[in-house]
Design a protein around this ligand. Sequence first.
Ligand SMILES: Nc1ncnc2c1ncn2[C@@H]1O[C@H](COP(=O)(O)OP(=O)(O)OP(=O)(O)O)[C@@H](O)[C@H]1O
Ligand SMILES: [Zn+2]
Length: 584
Amino acid sequence: MVATLVGLVPIGRRALAGAVSGTPFSIEMLMSIAAIGAVAIGAAEEAAVVVFLFAVGELLEGIAAGRARAGIKALIDIIPRTALLQSGLSVETVPVEALAIGDTVIVRPGDRIPSDGIVIEGMSEVNEAPVTGESVPVGKEPGSIIYAGSINANGELRVEITRTAADNTIARIIHMVEEAQGSKAPTARFIDRFSRWYTPMAMVMSALVVLVPPLMLGADWFTWIYRGLAVLLIACPCALVISTPAAIASGLASGARRGLLVKGGAALETLGKVKTVAFDKTGTLTNGHPQVTDIVVIEGIEAEMLAKAAAVERGSSHPLGVAIVAEAERRGLGIPQAFGGGIATPGKAVTARLKSGFVSVGSPRHAAEQGDMSDEIKKRVEGLESQGKTVVVVSKGKHLLGLIALRDEPRSDAAGGLAKLRALGVRPIMLTGDNARTAAAIGGALGLDVRAELLPHAKLVAIADYKSEGPIAMVGDGINDAPALAASSVGIAMGGGTDVALETADAALLKNRVTGVAELIALSRATLSNIWQNIALALGLKSVFLVTTLVGATPLWMAILADTGATVLVTANALRLLRLEVKT
Ligand SMILES: Nc1ncnc2c1ncn2[C@@H]1O[C@H](COP(=O)(O)OP(=O)(O)OP(=O)(O)O)[C@@H](O)[C@H]1O
Ligand SMILES: [Zn+2]
């Protein structure tokens, strides 16, 4: 009796607090009514057992939930606590929190990188598996970016810190996953709404169990009050309430361990239902580093034409522009100065004023619109494009100066990654601003459908088209495809942990692998089916015990044990996602 009352105090207090704040039908309320009722009909020992088991159940749930969070703690643990800070000629050990942007640290072989930075001296291989899940060590040299938590394998590195401990990539990932675990998926919201009428319904049902048999059939009051109280315990929705969040928390943590980041349950659910995956071409299906392969001079001298093109492209961040400037530099050409920098027409061309006049570098289509293009030149362009090369035209006013062909190789894992998507029943397509022949050559090599010559806004229209057939994911590098990522049902950024990647998209792949998209979808599907398993498990167990209670085969202690047992089973099932082998 005393034990019951002592145990009941905190539960009752929470029940009352819930009632006051507008949620009278809480789990604690069910528990309190059941315990008080049991005491009232003289079953005090049983009431004590109920309260005790409820407390044990909560403890077990707490432990299980802690296991899901351990997935994230593992991430926190990969950051070293100290760093070797170089100041002048001396080197001292300082806590990582003390590192400031611009500090220089020494990273010895075998050490973990203390914070994000840029290598300023030394060569080494770095294992980034803890951060990105990428198991092949990555070569680093002066200028390379390295991430906190990755492991320096064989050479000593001097690193300039570019982000503080609170702000580095791994800290952002941890923060993002924690935030995501707090956000609710549509299924979770549905369960919330469901419990809101489910709990009062359970109370009504229990009242009916208590009242109907004695009043209508003249049955024994004690027996039916007892059974009504058991029904109340059985009906406790806690296993149901935890079914979705537990699966989602595990699914998100499981993804984070493999470098697959998803920003919340809603994105995870959408990913599991995706029918089509649209890929941007450059930097996503290809390496994103085109090389100049052919130069065709139409007017003037080759070196001069290339130098002019480079002058126009100098300020450009477009991969084609970067490649043209790099080629001019490689050949040691003097690149003239442009007046006032280049003016870009996205998806078409870039123009700048040089000493000799306005020079443009842009797509053949754009050039043909601006001036005349002879059939012979058109043939040359088409020939190069059919080989999968992108051709840009260098022109001065209406005069064509020449053609520059560039080739961007498909990523080595692109074909394999697309095959895995198809095996999952997902249709991959490619959306590109590049011309149709080049796109078809690359699409043909990878075996996927292509929509080419899309100006930036046309990509959005294409995505909206597919969206009407079902959820579509868009994969891009997050650099100039942010609007397309936002327009899709779920945007996936592929970008090795860049800021843009982590911020613009709903999901991000830390390793630059096309296969990651299939893994992400497989994991999301596994999480969705885990949710349904949990719901079935919770409702199934409850139904069985409801029947045994009504026929009088379930004492109160067994009723609460069944409830706690269901919760623990559901949580254990959700935790399986952490160890899941993602089969793709
Ligand atoms: N800075 C530039 N220099 C040269 N050509 C350009 C430039 N910007 C755009 N173009 C021309 O416009 C075309 C489309 O460019 P856009 O940037 O839209 O391609 P994209 O959609 O980013 O390509 P992808 O789908 O391969 O990423 C290019 O193939 C090129 O012919
Ligand atoms: Zn319960």
